[in-house]
Design a protein around this ligand. Sequence first.
Ligand SMILES: Cc1cc2nc3c(=O)[nH]c(=O)nc-3n(C[C@H](O)[C@H](O)[C@H](O)COP(=O)(O)OP(=O)(O)OC[C@H]3O[C@@H](n4cnc5c(N)ncnc54)[C@H](O)[C@@H]3O)c2cc1C
Length: 415
Amino acid sequence: MTTDFLILGAGVIGLAIARELKRRQPTASIVVLEKEAEPGRHSSGRNSGVLHSGLYYAPDSLKARLCRQGAREMAEWHVEHGIALHRCGKILTPLAAEDAPHMESLYARAQANGVRVERLDAQELRELEPETRSATGAALWIPETAVGTPVEVMKTLAREVREAGVALWNNAELTRVDTVARQALLKHGERLDFGYAINAAGLHADRVAHQFGLGRHYALLPFKGLYWQLKADAGIHLRHLIYPVMDLRTLTLGIHTTTATNGVTYLGPTAVPAFGREHYRGLHGVRPIEALRMLRDLGRMFLHDSEGYRQQAWQEGKRYFRHWFLEAVQALLPNVRAEHLVPAAKVGLHPRIFDQRRGALLKDFVIEQDAHSLHILGATSPAWTSAFPFARHICERIENPEAGAPDRAAPVQPS
Ligand SMILES: Cc1cc2nc3c(=O)[nH]c(=O)nc-3n(C[C@H](O)[C@H](O)[C@H](O)COP(=O)(O)OP(=O)(O)OC[C@H]3O[C@@H](n4cnc5c(N)ncnc54)[C@H](O)[C@@H]3O)c2cc1C
């Protein structure tokens, strides 16, 4: 069989690209390969569902460019398709007096990125969200942040893409590729000739890119995002998402709250190293050879203390344990007690992109491309928020490869 476009991976990025390509080239044939039994089994169906405002990202980054527009489009798309959307806004609160300058940096960053942000004094904070605290009395309010419903989005998007005429193949894992003949070999022996391949394989995107001979100095490092949830009878009712003020140089957003559209409040996620690309629980998904490679890369970062990694590793690592996780929660919500928390079934893996040449994690999306293929590496948060404009960006890159060249030199930026 032959297809004009072959998309690898039916996460939100693969499906959004299929949708956009079909709009631009209605007569082109498009096949999306998904190794699982249905789309969205990995990051796209396991995330917090926050439609991020675009507050954190360096103003010249791809993330900043795509996130604000993406949040608007994703919110409209929820409404258009009758999918639950919670327009709750977000509060950022400093947990220590030393966070005051970081709060100012966040305020300036929000303004540079065109994100609506308001300062709150102690009285206003108490009125808006009485459960939280601020070490300085002040806080920031981002009214436009919303929460969507990831699993529903994936089901609806898959249906929309199929109805538009895209072939969506489940249980279809790409195992090998012949780049000269432009032929994909699937797990069960099928072969598929393609004109152009787009790699949106999420946690496996580096391995797929390497099969195409691209991105050899990049490797994905998975970090585990574990959540706890607040019991419904805890008596703690939050109106907003609540995040700690963080140093823009750090790699994670810190333990925060997300009240999902079904009313459940999640706390987390953590960002602790995982030892396999699908190492969600226990030892399931641990791959010893990969784990050794990951330990080596983590060890390099620890040794060089790149991006202040040592302190972050210590801080995040502790949160694997209930005691320290609770400590982080109580810094944000002092009334939460141990008996108010239960482990959540939800767990996701963040594929962070490690640049072997620099020995550091990159924070922007990285796109590698040649004449017949394009590869999306490190599509971490806010890729879910940004999916629709991200898909347009990819299609423009395919139509005009030279226009996107600066993306290849992605600088280190906060996620
Ligand atoms: C804990 C957590 C919380 C997050 N919270 C947010 C948030 O609140 N807001 C936000 O915007 N973003 C959030 N994100 C990020 C967001 O979920 C991801 O950026 C986004 O889902 C990435 O989508 P994707 O399509 O690139 O990857 P995925 O959803 O992982 O999809 C890739 C697909 O490729 C398939 N695949 C892999 N290899 C092959 C192969 N060889 N052959 C065929 N198929 C293959 C996989 O099975 C998978 O379905 C979060 C992520 C995590 C982990």
